[in-house]
Design a protein around this ligand. Structure first.
Ligand code: COS
Length: 383
């Protein structure tokens, strides 16, 4: 075993213990309060999780994607809102800075983000631009040595906490499509930037998603991230990485769902014996276990492929599609194993079932991921 593998083992083990000993016991408190308690946030900081993907020279852990998905699976044994708190800082909110940032931009933001002193948000989605990301209408207009941003963003995770937003805005003409979009780093507190009250959602209590509006928001030319017109590619590249991460969220949660279902099948007695003795319950457990193992293998292999430098747009789309759809089926079966008890709030399965529903929607719906997969396949075949 290399030194790096040993270090990863230690981190994975620490994440596993933290999830089981601190996060899972805090779940009901988070449901009641709608907030991640400060002691938990500090624990996430102490583990270095805000800087997982940030290079070591900027204070992060500099994990490979394979290493990242191993850690995320462990953390997501607990409800996924805990991961959301540090997720945007590791994922879409920061990957653009790592991939496209100037030295100055990296030095300004990455050390604070890695330490968890500042959170990052990714502002792509708009009220009329969701799956069709290239249709966004938020506009950035050049004014001397500044850009002036006007528009509205929707469902921005961690917006109420973020110190910096990666904002995608149109710098080209109205009909410039994907190549007329640029990315900007906009600091919290910039005049004209307003964050609305978080939405009330079906699940994911403790994770906050808000609308963000830009009313004549002036940023210096140095706030542009990457060259003019490269914002869409920047966003897609970040999503290629983030979708593998998100697939590992589904794998971690699937493990938890399976453990809850199996435990219940052992404890619950009907017809004079534990329900786990019945073959119909066993079939639900076995089918779910097979899907969990398949999703885990796919996600870890996709991460290794991306680490090797290959373009993994298709693998990322397949991973998120398969792992999140499987997690949905596993949640449904494990709730069924619980019978009526699965439908009441006393058992964690009720809220995990609601949480898992979002995974098939955000960072690319299952249908968009199928389109991306088929497009890549057909392109390779010459269409
Ligand atoms: N990596 C790098 N570049 C990419 C890319 C990727 N994964 N995907 C697309 N591009 C490039 C293309 O190569 C093209 O560049 P050229 O014009 O130089 O050839 C450009 O970006 C436009 O690509 P495309 O024509 O594929 O754009 P579409 O509008 O057809 O994109 C999809 C459609 C569905 C891929 C895109 O809109 C998408 O991913 N939507 C989902 C958005 C999403 O996940 N939202 C969730 C909220 S964000 S948390």
């Amino acid at each position: 075993m290399t030194e790096r593998e040993e270090t990863l083992d230690l981190l994975v083990d620490a994440a596993r213990r933290f999830a089981r000993e601190v996060l899972v016991p805090a779940e009901t408190e988070v449901q009641a309060e709608g907030e991640i308690p400060p002691r938990v946030v500090q624990g996430l900081r102490d583990l270095g999780l805000f800087g997982m993907t940030i290079p070591e020279e900027y204070g992060g852990l500099g994990l490979s994607i394979y290493e990242e998905v191993k850690v995320v699976q462990e953390i997501c044994y607990a409800q996924p809102a805990f991961r959301s708190y540090f997720g945007t800082t590791n994922g879409v909110g920061t990957l653009g800075i790592i991939n496209y940032g100037t030295d100055e931009q990296k030095r300004k933001y990455l050390p604070k983000l890695a330490a968890g002193e500042m959170l990052a948000s990714f502002a792509l989605t708009e009220p009329d631009s969701g799956s069709d990301a290239a249709s966004l209408v938020t506009k950035a207009t050049k004014d001397g040595n500044h850009w002036v941003i006007n528009g509205a963003k929707r469902f921005i995770t961690n917006a109420i906490h973020a110190g910096v937003f990666t904002v995608f805005a149109r710098t080209g003409s109205k009909d410039s499509g994907a190549n007329g979009i640029s990315a900007f780093l906009v600091d919290r507190g910039t005049p004209g930037l307003t964050v609305a009250k978080p939405y009330e959602k079906m699940g994911f209590a403790g994770s906050h998603e808000s609308d963000v509006t830009f009313d004549e928001v002036r940023v210096p030319a140095s706030a542009m991230l990457g060259p003019d017109g490269t914002g869409f590619k920047n966003a897609m590249k970040s999503l290629d990485h983030a979708r593998i991460h998100m697939a590992s969220v589904a794998v971690g949660l699937s493990r938890r769902l399976l453990d809850e279902g199996t435990k219940y099948a052992v404890e619950r007695k009907q017809f004079g014996q534990p329900i786990g003795k019945f073959q119909m319950i066993q079939a639900m457990l076995a089918e779910s276990q097979a899907e969990y193992l398949a999703a885990k293998a796919l996600v870890e292999q996709s991460a290794r492929d991306r680490d090797s430098g290959r373009k993994t747009t298709m693998e990322a789309a397949c991973s998120k599609y398969f792992a999140t759809e499987a997690a949905g089926r596993i949640a449904d079966r494990m709730l069924q194993v619980h019978g009526g008890n699965g439908y009441i709030k006393e058992y964690p399965i009720e809220r995990l079932y609601r949480d898992v529903r979002l995974l098939r929607i955000y960072e690319g719906t299952s249908q968009i991921l199928q389109i991306i997969t088929a497009r890549e396949m057909l392109r390779e075949a010459g269409l």
